[in-house]
Ligand binder design. Structure first.
Ligand SMILES: *[C@@H]1O[C@H](CO)[C@@H](O)[C@H](O)[C@H]1NC(C)=O
Ligand SMILES: *[C@@H]1O[C@H](CO)[C@@H](O)[C@H](O)[C@H]1NC(C)=O
Length: 503
């Protein structure tokens, strides 16, 4: 019975594919031949050897999860295949002459997630036009420079993926001969050492994440003048080099997440380069010193999941006008850090999962004209901090979810709620919703009140939202009420989504 069912399902898929303009291949109806796209695709079709088919006018071949074990010499000779994708097979052997005939044709080769070791490289040597090579998830160990200097593609390749292999060291000059390399990914290896002059100065994107480096290998990367993306997350850094200097004028992204940093020291970036986005999440940072980010012109900063209790009041000196996104979620902050208030361009602020009990009147004043998204969920607030929020001019999305707000006061949204489009008050233990609670939320589209214990509410409570509300979540919120509740949403003209699943 089970077999019959799966056959039926399979036939239906086959039919719907045929309808959508894909042709079943004549050499194997489990594959798709999109002649108009010059493409053959076999997904999960069992083969132990590369299938034989007419490659006339076929430029792209994809054979994924098919159990291919070996590629024999000249297996695609005479074809014009420029793009070959053989991911997630069981390739252990590729003949040194496997790609014979494709030397001046193949530009893209994906051999990721196979079981290939260093002997594979002999087969790649003659490929003179290769631009994109993915060897992720194999068993390569040695990436010594001799390997690459013999490659005919050393001047054409621009993207090289060697992540999740068994590389332990990058030796002097290793990749330096790849004169056009734009992206190098050696993430997820066991690299503990990187020698100087290992990378070509053309690199724009370098990923060294998830290795076992003890220090940021500045000596190997500082000369990379074109570097824009640097990923060094998931290593064993206890501190950052100071100064952290590079010869590139700017990084679009610097990821140093998941290390063991405990502090960010004063002026650690000495102004040699600017950074658009800096991720320092999942470290053990307790202190952020004064002027830590000075001269970085930082726009996005992620400091979530650290041990931050407080920030130096001058922590953000120098980025007051550039920082737009600040994520301080899941730290140990008990009092709103005054340093944050120095920021004048903030658009997004998350203080989710801290230990704030209250906000003072002037706490958000520095960015009252720019903030649009504020996440205060998972704190210990016991009232809607309306005196603080009163100053906000452009706040559109606010989460007060998972706090301790029992009672919503009549005036909680007065004077500032007009700009809100999304509000979450879920999981607060709210018992009272006065009749006029939501009068001031003139633009509200989405309201979450789930997981509360609302005992008292007026049948007219959502009346002010009649014309705007699209999403309303009331699941597990209306407890022990003795009123009929469907009157609550009867007149909500734009309601598209209503959740109500209390038991
Ligand atoms: C940053 O420090 C490096 C190394 O000490 C130095 O060469 C460079 O000139 C400094 N840059 C600035 C802008 O101070
Ligand atoms: C609901 O309960 C409240 C408080 O116990 C009571 O004042 C009210 O009259 C009740 N309403 C209905 C419709 O039974």
């Amino acid at each position: 019975m089970a077999i019959l069912l799966s056959t039926l399902t399979f036939m239906m898929i086959g039919l719907s594919e045929a309808k959508s303009g894909n042709d079943l291949c004549t050499f194997n109806p489990l594959c798709t031949c999109r002649r108009s796209h010059h493409e053959v695709i076999c997904h999960g079709v069992p083969f132990s050897e590369f299938p034989t088919f007419s490659t006339e006018e076929i430029y792209q071949v994809t054979i994924v999860r098919s159990g291919l074990e070996a590629l024999h010499h000249n297996f695609l000779e005479g074809s014009s295949i420029a793009s070959l994708h053989l991911m997630q097979n069981q390739l252990t052997h590729i003949s040194a002459k496997a790609f014979g005939g494709l030397e001046n044709i193949l530009t893209t080769l994906d051999l990721s997630y196979n079981q290939l070791d260093d002997t594979l490289l002999a087969a790649l040597t003659p490929l003179g036009t290769l631009q994109w090579l993915n060897l992720k998830g194999n068993q390569l160990e040695d990436v010594h420079t001799n390997r690459w200097s013999q490659m005919k593609f050393k001047d054409s390749i621009n993207s090289l993926f060697l992540s999740s292999n068994h590389i332990t060291r990058i030796q002097e000059g290793a990749f330096a001969v790849l004169s056009n390399l734009d992206l190098l990914d050696v993430e997820g290896n066991l690299i503990h050492d990187i020698d100087s002059h290992s990378f070509p100065t053309t690199l724009r994107s370098l990923s060294l994440s998830n290795n076992i480096l003890k220090k940021v290998p500045l000596h190997a990367i500082y000369t990379l003048k074109n570097l824009r993306y640097l990923y060094v997350s998931g290593n064993l850094f206890r501190k950052l080099p100071s100064p952290f200097h590079l010869q590139t004028p700017r990084l679009e992204k610097l990821e140093i997440s998941n290390n063991m940093l405990t502090q960010i020291t004063e002026f650690v970036f000495n102004g040699s380069f600017t950074i658009k986005e800096l991720n320092l999440d999942f470290n053990f940072i307790r202190d952020i010193a004064a002027r830590s980010f000075k001269s970085t012109a930082l726009e996005r900063l992620v400091l979530s999941n650290n041990r931050i209790i407080s920030l130096h009041s001058d922590a953000f000196v120098g980025v007051e006008k550039t920082l737009k996104t600040l994520d301080l979620s899941f730290n140990l902050i008990e009092e709103f850090p005054s340093a944050v208030n120095n920021l004048n361009a903030l658009f997004y602020l998350s203080l989710k999962g801290n230990m704030l009990q209250r906000l003072e009147k002037d706490d958000l004043i520095g960015f009252r004209r720019t903030l649009e998204i504020l996440d205060l969920s998972g704190n210990m607030l016991d009232t809607v901090p309306h005196l603080t929020l009163m100053r906000m001019k452009t706040l559109a999305r606010l989460s007060l979810q998972d706090n301790r707000i029992r009672i919503i006061q009549q005036d909680d949204f007065k004077g500032w709620g007009e700009s809100l489009t999304t509000l979450s008050l879920a999981n607060n233990g709210i018992t009272h919703l006065p009749e006029v609670s939501f009068t001031h939320l003139k633009k509200l589209k989405e309201l979450k009140l789930s997981f509360n214990s609302i005992l008292f509410f007026s049948p007219n409570i959502f009346k002010p939202l009649e014309r705007t509300l699209e999403v309303l979540d009331l699941s597990s919120s209306l407890f022990s009420h003795n009123q009929s509740i469907d009157v609550l949403w009867k007149n909500l003209k734009n309601l598209e989504w209503l959740q109500l699943d209390q038991g």
